[in-house]
Design a protein around this ligand. Structure first.
Ligand code: IMP
Ligand code: MG
Length: 175
């Protein structure tokens, strides 16, 4: 499978993704019983994960979307923009951040630090994919879909230079 100049191969198929998201949602349903969490999905990458996860959430809950961007092509730029689009008052709320992938962890660390200043009761992170080998920050991630090796991936919301987000499965760069 080719996207722009690069060849990709299938890595995690849609069936496995759906199954795993269901499992993660079941844990969240249990952990937040009696609570009314606010899910904060990070655009653009998390839109498919957030959509499928929310369909399995059985809690009185809300979801909102914010935007940050730190990634250009296949390499982290290290530059992180501000949080955009947070309208909700998160004071005393239980926040669950939804992200497509945690790579170096810099984006997520930046987001959680910024959110902490707004006085939520709790903040946890849910990510579909996690690259433990790439992590450079001290980050606690409570909900992880898949731990993956340090390869570039696309599909199911994740992009290569803007392309590939529409793919139902997750692909990795062919070696
Ligand atoms: P971090 O700040 O290095 O953890 O980068 C996180 C962001 O980089 C994610 O929200 C993704 O948008 C992007 N990213 C990291 N790894 C990949 C990848 O393998 N494919 C596509 N995007 C990625
Ligand atoms: Mg992203």
């Amino acid at each position: 499978m080719k996207i722009k100049d690069k060849e990709f191969q299938i890595f995690i198929d849609k069936k496995a993704i759906k199954k795993r998201i269901k499992e993660v949602a079941a844990v969240i349903n249990e952990d937040y019983k009696g609570k009314t969490p606010l899910f904060l999905a990070i655009l653009n990458g998390s839109f498919m994960f957030a959509s499928d996860l929310m369909k399995q959430v059985r809690l009185d809950s809300e979801i909102t979307f914010i935007k940050v961007s730190s990634y250009k092509a296949t390499q982290s730029t290290g530059k992180i923009k501000e949080l955009l689009g947070l309208q909700e008052n998160i004071f005393k709320r239980d926040i669950i951040i939804l992200e497509d992938i945690v790579d170096s962890g810099q984006t997520m660390t930046h987001i959680t630090e910024a959110l902490k200043t707004l006085g939520p009761s709790s903040i946890e992170i849910g990510t579909l994919l996690f690259k433990p080998e790439a992590l450079v920050t001290d980050l606690h991630i409570k909900y992880i879909g898949f731990e993956i090796p340090n390869n570039f991936v696309v599909g199911f919301g994740l992009d290569y230079d803007g392309y590939g987000r529409n793919l139902k499965d997750i692909y990795r760069l062919k070696d």
